[in-house]
Design a protein around this ligand. Structure first.
Ligand code: NAD
Ligand code: UGA
Length: 463
């Protein structure tokens, strides 16, 4: 039985996942380690509201387990040494250099973890891939562990995470399924059962799926590809709806009620963001190409092409509607996070829309309930489109929506935060320049109400 778990990587996955394992399994000591000292310090902040990740319900879970059987530390070697089971939950970004640049997953952090585990481990360990990895990564990890280790035995499992940000805790408490892939040997099956036993503390057995390691690795990439494909499919239709007078919300409702299609993931938007959809599909495309499967690669790549088009189309539409120029005009951004209920901004559509508008010399005022100025400037500077000074001059970050919208020509809704629906829109209108426009990139506001006030309203996918 497992008594001691170590998780390498205290990010959006490692943090919440381990907090829930610790809460549900008080008999297991769980230590989450990271190289990032600032991040670990924030996880250990006395005030649980200051933990580095905003996620509904997470602070309560951390408050219950932290200091009891949940620990956050920078002492990676020590935690590896003491653990019977090690989760690798480090980042696997798209490669930005060399072969596979812009497509393949960069596995350098994974390899470093494997080498570190091999160097430090003095007793047998089960190593669990929690990060999203290209199919067949387990064989590389195995090779490193076996060739550079101290002769101890390692079993490698794939246990991809399916949580979505903003609902991470509910997803972890009641997952649709837990997927565990392992070696087909007797030792592999025993390792699988050991991990099954941990999840079985709160997940019904029939929701715990066991497979071979390659199926598990590939299922994770595939699940994300299918989800993103639905968003790109509905977004592709949104443009056709705008041309034809059909309403994408009505179309989504009508097709989603077919139980074979289903109603989820059919919300048209300014484009999907987040750290994983794009990265994982690009990775899938790269893998397909590397096996010479060009049609397969092209098929999935179109999901990304469509998404890029949707983001650009939104910005273009703002410019066109504001009489073909936004130069010197103030545009208010409501929301910067890639979806509601998270402080994560990675690949958020807001970044790209802002970048396009800044290139047209607009000025932007941003309000997001959970994202601050430092992050917003970082996101824009990361694109390297213009100088940091120019980004600072072009983008003002404020702490409430009313101020963001004051004297603005237009409002762009980039994130579907619930609070936006509760505002005094008459007051917002009164303080804007006229005509006052709303570009609702999430279709969350009431078009009729806003038009009654005097706004010119444009949602996605309807006239
Ligand atoms: P993240 O960037 O938030 O966290 C990764 C952490 O790993 C960072 O804090 C980094 O400092 C740390 N790290 C990197 N190398 C290290 C090392 N050698 N030793 C110690 N710490 C190290 O990333 P994330 O969003 O948590 O994603 C992690 C993995 O999980 C990715 O593969 C991602 O695709 C996958 N995933 C993410 C989500 C999500 O919603 N974010 C959901 C499912 C799966
Ligand atoms: C997604 C998957 O949903 C998770 O199962 C997976 O574990 C995770 O990726 C991952 O591997 O990282 P996440 O990116 O956190 O989770 O959030 P989603 O709810 O999937 O939203 C992704 C993007 O799609 C957001 O920008 C969201 O606004 C957009 N979206 C989603 C739409 O535009 N329309 C929809 O109908 C649904």
């Amino acid at each position: 039985m497992i008594k001691n778990i170590c998780c390498i990587g205290a990010g959006y996955v490692g943090g919440p996942t381990m907090a829930v394992i610790a809460q549900k399994c008080p008999h297991i000591k769980v230590t989450v380690v990271d190289l990032n000292e600032k991040r670990i310090a924030a996880w250990n902040d006395q005030d649980v509201n200051n933990i580095p990740i905003y996620e509904p319900g997470l602070s309560d879970v951390v408050a219950e387990a932290r200091g009891r059987n949940l620990f956050f530390s920078t002492e990676v070697d020590k935690a590896i040494d003491e653990a019977d089971m090690i989760f690798i939950s480090v980042n696997t970004p798209t490669k930005t250099y060399g072969v596979g640049k812009g497509m393949a997953a960069d596995l350098k952090y994974i390899e470093l973890c494997a080498r570190q585990i091999a160097r430090v481990a003095k007793t047998d360990k089960i190593v669990v891939e929690k990060s999203t990895l290209p199919v067949r990564t387990a064989s590389a990890i195995k090779e490193i562990l076996e060739h550079t280790g101290n002769g101890v035995q390692f079993q490698i499992l794939s246990n991809p995470e399916f949580l979505a940000e903003g609902t991470a805790i509910e997803d972890l408490f009641a997952p649709d399924r837990v997927l565990i892939g392992g070696d087909t040997s007797a030792e592999g099956q025993k390792a699988i059962e050991t991990l099954v036993a941990i999840y079985a503390n709160w997940v019904p057995r029939d929701k715990i799926l066991t497979t071979n390691v390659w199926s598990s690795e590939l299922s994770k990439l595939t699940a994300n590809a299918f989800l993103a494909q639905r968003v790109s499919s509905i977004n592709a239709l949104s443009e056709l709806c705008e041309k034809t007078g059909a309403d994408v919300n009505e179309v989504a409702r009508a097709i989603g009620m077919d139980s074979r299609i289903g109603s989820k993931f059919l919300k048209s938007s300014v484009g999907f963001g987040g750290s994983c959809f794009q990265k994982d599909i690009l990775n899938l495309v790269y893998i397909a190409k590397s096996y010479g499967l060009n049609e397969v690669a092209d098929y999935w790549e179109q999901v990304i092409i469509m998404n890029d088009h949707q983001k650009r189309r939104f910005a273009k539409n703002i410019i066109k509607t504001l009489y073909n120029t936004v130069s010197g005009k103030k545009i208010a951004f409501l929301g910067w996070a890639f979806k509601k209920d998270t402080n994560d901004t990675r690949e958020s559509a807001a970044i790209y829309v802002a970048d396009d508008l800044l290139s047209e010399q607009a000025t932007i005022a941003v309000y997001d309930p959970k994202v601050g100025e430092e992050q917003i400037q970082f996101d824009l500077n990361y694109l390297e489109t213009r100088s940091e000074d120019a980004n600072k001059k072009g983008v003002q970050v404020v702490d409430n929506a009313y101020e963001a919208c004051k004297d603005a020509h237009a409002i762009a809704v980039l994130t579907e935060w619930d609070e936006f629906k509760t505002y005094d829109w008459q007051k917002i209108y009164d303080n804007m320049l006229k005509p006052a426009f709303v570009f609702d990139g999430r279709n969350i506001l009431d078009k009729k109400e806003l038009e009654k006030i005097g706004f010119i309203y444009q949602g996605i996918g309807s006239r």
